[in-house]
Each structure stands twice: as structure tokens, then as C-alpha cells.
Design a protein around this ligand. Sequence first.
Ligand SMILES: [Zn+2]
Length: 128
Amino acid sequence: MTENLAMEASTETTVTTSSETPKEQPKQLTRKQLGQLRRSYYTVVHGVVRTCSHKAKFSATQPPKNNCVSCWVAFFATAVDLEAVHKVLTEQGVKAFTKTYGDKYVKNFRGFLAMTLKPKDEPKEVTL
Ligand SMILES: [Zn+2]
């Protein structure tokens, strides 16, 4: 049986806003990407995490105390110096990273990366 199905899935979302730059597919966590993450995941509005309505009780030095995924995502997207975190991760490895930040942090960071990057290829820069 020869099926000749065109694999043209209509997954492309064409945004025709004149002032917007076309979205690129994130492949790995790069400097540029980090900046884009910050902007595209603007999840905290007026001190409230938009996706779960929790109060954003976190800051750059204080991660969320709860286990709410949305809060953690918002925390990483808005309060965390992702470049610094990424640097520790790539230069010192997961062990050092976990030691510095703690299990919970690492676990949530993994989730955050998985959620935001959705790697199609193997993530080479960040392998947790
Ligand atoms: Zn929350």
C-alpha cells in the first residue's frame, strides 16, 4: 500500500502583527533565548502569577516555597538570573548545581526547561 500523505501539518502559527518579530523555534538555551523567555513567559501580573492566581511570593533570592508548577515557572521566567543558573549548570554540572540550589529547585528548573524549550532535538547544552 502506498500512501502519499503530505506531512504538512498545519502547526505553524502565522502572526501578522507588523511590529512583531517572527518567532523562532527554540533549540537550546542561549543568551538570546533567555531574553526571549523572559518576555514570552511574562507570567506575573501585578504581583500575581497569572496561570494559577497565586501571589508571587518569590524574588531573585527567594524561590517559591510551594510546589505549584506555575509559580515556579513564573519564578524562573521573571526572578531568576537564568544566565547565571545556566552557567553553573553547564560549567559545574548537575551535582554542583543541585548542591548550590537544592533538589526542589533543580527539579522545578528541569520542569521549567522542559516546558519552555520543548526540545525537538537532543538538548546538548542542558542535560539534567
Ligand atoms: Zn501557583
